[in-house]
Design a binder for this molecule. Sequence first.
Ligand code: ZN
Length: 65
Amino acid sequence: MSTSVKERICTIECPECEFDFSLEAPSKGEVIACPDCQLNLLVTGVTGETVDVELTETDAEDWGQ
Ligand SMILES: [Zn+2]
């Protein structure tokens, strides 16, 4: 019983909208987009099936202060 490639599905919770979604084998440093609110999330750590993400700074919009 050996699988050369084991797909690891990880669960991610968006820190902005709390939407739960799954991603296949994310890696630290990867930037992903929340499928719900479309914000960019930076993967800061992967532990087993738990993925830590944080919002990335976006300056494409919201120039005002
Ligand atoms: Zn979101």
